[in-house]
Design a protein around this ligand. Structure first.
Ligand code: PAF
Length: 280
């Protein structure tokens, strides 16, 4: 695996691949790689001739008081995993390569960025959209892969790509879960052994709510309320638990068919997010 840290080295390699008629997939990450990331890589290998993985802990998507400083950085282990997975190139730039100190441009996706995590983490999705747009400009991939676990992030990125006519196909990949159902996340490392067992209740609450929606026995706000009570009972501090329509993440109405339940909750010092998508 070739590792580069500058945009010019990256572009040289990508240019050579392009001249050879090869197409390119990008898997953007913040490192601390787990089985979910490696699934993105294996899906990328099915979609393109060459796979670039970026590792960049993006400061602009962390709010004041969030975990930018303490976010797990495991470069050595990450390299080994990517190498073993047969990744072609690792792009691991320093902050100064990505952001000019006097940068003046921010990509802001209105609407789908504003509620849910956007409301609890002001500025977060501007940071995500800006860095993903920049990574797309740096790598110029044909396809880019993102996990469904970050459903709102995926919706923001799809909107950005459509609105800015960015010629990258966005591919979503199923969430990888622990045996108990907990969605894999780099932040799961913050959980104690006991918390990790309780954390699986978040997915359980989503599945129970989905089944209640499909059973059509209760109004949607009642289903959301029951889920919030369930989570609080197990020691979570929920930020939100919302039944939305997939198309624009607005609250679902009775007529909507393609649905997603979005949830975020704190357990101790760890903020967990998860979702389930389904048709009614
Ligand atoms: O999902 C992530 O790991 C990050 O938000 C991303 C997409 C790599 C942007 O920094």
């Amino acid at each position: 695996m070739h590792t580069v840290s500058t945009i010019s080295e990256l572009r040289d390699a990508v240019r050579a691949w392009r001249s050879a008629g090869l197409n390119i997939a990008l898997v953007p990450t913040m490192g601390n790689l787990h089985a979910g990331h490696l699934t993105l890589v294996s899906e990328a290998q099915k979609k393109a001739d060459r796979v670039v993985v970026s590792i960049f802990v993006n400061p602009t998507q962390f709010g004041i008081g969030e975990d930018f400083e303490s976010y797990p950085r495991t470069e050595h282990e990450d390299r080994e995993k990517l190498n073993a997975a047969g990744v072609d190139m690792l792009f691991i730039p320093p902050i100064s390569e990505v952001y000019a100190s006097d940068a003046k441009t921010v990509v802001s996706v209105t609407g789908v960025s504003e509620a849910y995590c956007g409301a609890f983490r002001p500025g977060h999705f501007d940071g995500v959209a800006t860095v993903v747009c920049k990574l797309f400009n740096m790598v110029q991939p044909d396809v880019a892969l993102f996990g469904l676990k970050d459903f709102q992030q995926l919706t923001v990125i799809r909107s950005m790509v459509r609105d800015l006519n960015i010629p990258v196909e966005i591919i979503s990949v199923e969430t990888v879960r622990e045996a108990g159902g907990l969605a894999m996340s780099s932040r799961n490392g913050y959980l104690s052994a006991e918390e990790k067992i309780v954390a699986a209740k978040l997915y359980q609450s989503l599945c129970t709510a989905r089944d209640a929606v499909l059973a059509r026995q209760q109004p949607y706000p009642e289903i959301e309320h029951q889920a919030l009570l369930f989570l609080r009972e197990f020691g979570f501090q929920p930020d939100y638990f919302s039944l939305c329509r997939v198309s624009d993440l607005k609250k679902a109405g009775a007529e909507d068919r393609e649905l997603v339940l979005l949830a975020a909750a704190r357990l101790g010092k760890t903020r967990l997010i998860d979702n389930v998508c389904f048709f009614k």
